[in-house]
Design a binder for this molecule. Sequence first.
Ligand code: GMT
Length: 379
Amino acid sequence: MKIGIVCYPTFGGSGVVATELGKALAEKGHQVHFITYSQPVRLDFFSSNLFYHEVSVSDYPLFEYQPYELVLSSKLVDVVKYEQLDLLHVHYAIPHASAAYMAKQILASQGINIPFITTLHGTDITLVGKDPSFEPVITFAINQSDAVTCVSESLKAETYVNFPDIKKEIKVIPNFICLEDYMHDEAICQKKVYAPYGERLLIHVSNFRKVKRVEDVLRVFDKVRKQIPSKLILVGDGPERPAIEKLCRELDTCHDIRSLGKIVNPEQILAVADLFLLTSETESFGLAALEAMAAKVPVISTNSGGIPEVNIHGYSGYMSNVGDIDDMAKNAIHILKDDTILSEFKKNAFEQAKKFDISKVLPMYEELYREVLNRKKES
Ligand code: GMT
């Protein structure tokens, strides 16, 4: 198949999932065309089946806001026509689903039928999308999609609640990891660099947005380190970073915390971690937690959104109510205080991650693509 993928090319989970999906499809022999405004950060391997088409927005001074959606639609028309794509798969509804709809209509007027699949990732539905200024367009674009998927049962339920006029059937296809990427024989990163005296190593990876409640990560860590010698690694960057640095100083924890900024392949640092902290207000799935589990790192998380579909309470880690720092710290200490308990949780985390290996999830997308193409043939 010739597949066009539209996504945000950044470090966010939706871009990572879209890029890894495209890479895996290309490896299986499909031709995959990424159509984005810059090279996706994880698009790091060379394959004759992978193509990249840049969407460039002109900065004409009349426009206070650049019309990205229109140039994306035009680019989609161009790529579909000249690369003779079979279908488009757009990740994150805003504005990708409506841009795909527009491209589909333009192409229809030229006698070309291009189906498009929309994958909902979370904040496009739970935060940004339900804003009344987006709602009618999102509802329309989702209803007009040839197929719609989302990454968890929880997100599916939330979509129908937030968008009562969505009539389209939504299929849940969970996020995934490529377990092979986590099978390192030799550690690339040495644990003693960050935990020189055998301290426990806790880690948090996110885009440092408010929804992640990174301040809770710091407060949980502060409680843990008072009981167990430990260090904390922060990976990622975002708007909450200054507030986090300030809190770090207030709690006097800076000497036990190392911020590494944005990292393309977090599996290398995850490989030396003992515990992952995910304190989010909401997560449609929590890909970062799954990546940790694939690296044999148990997860202390909140129980919101789709996280319970990923992290199993008392098995791969523990879950607490949002903001319950005491409970999260208590659970973290329980896992970290004893080598035997820790290694049991590490083993379980890895077993749980195996359920989400790409080998299990890729066929679900391929089957959906075939279904959509068969419908196209019949129409
Ligand atoms: O977490 C973010 O803010 C980034 C966002 C994105 O669009 O990349 O992540 C969402 O999609 C991920 C991939 O499907 C999910 O694993 C995250 O849980 C989801 N984030 C939220 O729901 C807050």
